[in-house]
Write a protein that binds this ligand. Structure first.
Ligand SMILES: Nc1nc2c(c(=O)[nH]1)N[C@H]1C(S)=C(S)[C@@H](COP(=O)(O)O)O[C@H]1N2
Ligand SMILES: [Mo]
Length: 253
């Protein structure tokens, strides 16, 4: 019991720190090594306590009237390469999501297949580490459903999201663990605010992992790879900003 009380306090404390970071609107603060180590030491605790309090706790959902009139696009605003441009020109009619790695049944899922699965629609707040937030509505199948179809191995620990864009000369990618992968609000969104995902928001498919900061929400997803380690994937830290910007792998809010 005392353990639980301690956990709740830690959660509140680290949560408050995260909120302060967002309100500051200042990513320079995040670049200061001292500040970052405080945040990162809190994060391991935060991750543990979030899991201890129930890995399936839901992020807040909002009403239609709460939706932001303008939802900013950030990072890459277009996919890269001839293949992406060809798919874009064809309205993604020939496009398919690849699901592979530690799965019993590798899949190529056309957009129509993803659209025919049971859909989840959610209005949530997106929080970028740079200090802005926006509320939008997202729709798509739950990731858990796709993982079940692919028969993801019980030994898989992470999912890598490979993306079609190049940012600062390097491919963008992200990763999450299986607790977030099977969370009910973790969806593969092909629709935003009632319309197919616009290119700048990651067409045709992007991840929504609602309890984490914006940079974890991979846009332009082309392939989901199940693995038991992050080592050997790009820079090895589990994401573009983790490898190149010193951001934390676990960005729970
Ligand atoms: N593929 C890809 N995904 C990405 C990014 C990116 O540059 N490339 N930027 C990330 C960041 S920092 C944020 S805040 C959100 C922005 O999503 P939005 O453009 O829909 O607002 O996408 C995230 N996912
Ligand atoms: Mo971001």
């Amino acid at each position: 019991m005392s353990k639980l009380i301690l956990s709740r306090r830690s959660l509140i404390r680290t949560g408050a720190l995260g909120g302060g970071l967002l309100l500051s609107g200042c990513d320079k603060l995040y670049q200061q090594p001292g500040f970052r180590s405080v945040l990162e030491s809190g994060e391991n605790l935060h991750r543990a306590t979030q899991r201890a309090l129930g890995g399936q706790a839901l992020a807040r959902e909002f009403r239609v009237s709460d939706m932001s009139p303008n939802f900013r696009a950030n990072g890459s605003k277009e996919g890269a390469g001839d293949e992406y441009r060809r798919h874009l020109a064809q309205g993604f009619a020939q496009w398919a999501l690849r699901v592979d790695g530690m799965v019993g049944r590798p899949l190529n899922l056309p957009l129509t297949a993803l659209q025919s699965l049971p859909q989840r629609k959610q209005i949530t707040r997106h929080d970028c580490v740079e200090g802005w937030s926006a509320i939008g509505q997202w729709q798509g199948p739950q990731l858990s459903h796709v993982l079940d179809l692919a028969r993801v191995s019980p030994a898989a620990k992470y999912l890598i999201f490979h993306c079609a864009d190049i940012y600062g000369g390097k491919p963008y990618y992200e990763s999450i663990d299986m607790v977030d992968a099977f969370h009910p609000q973790t969806i593969l969104a092909w629709q935003m605010n009632g319309r197919p995902l616009p290119q700048e928001h990651g067409a045709p498919l992007r991840l929504r992992v609602e309890r984490q900061l914006g940079y974890k929400h991979a846009k332009f997803v082309t392939r989901i790879e199940a693995r038991d380690t992050l080592a050997g994937v790009y820079g090895g830290k589990g994401g573009y900003w983790e490898d190149n910007g010193g951001y934390a792998w676990y960005a729970g809010i």
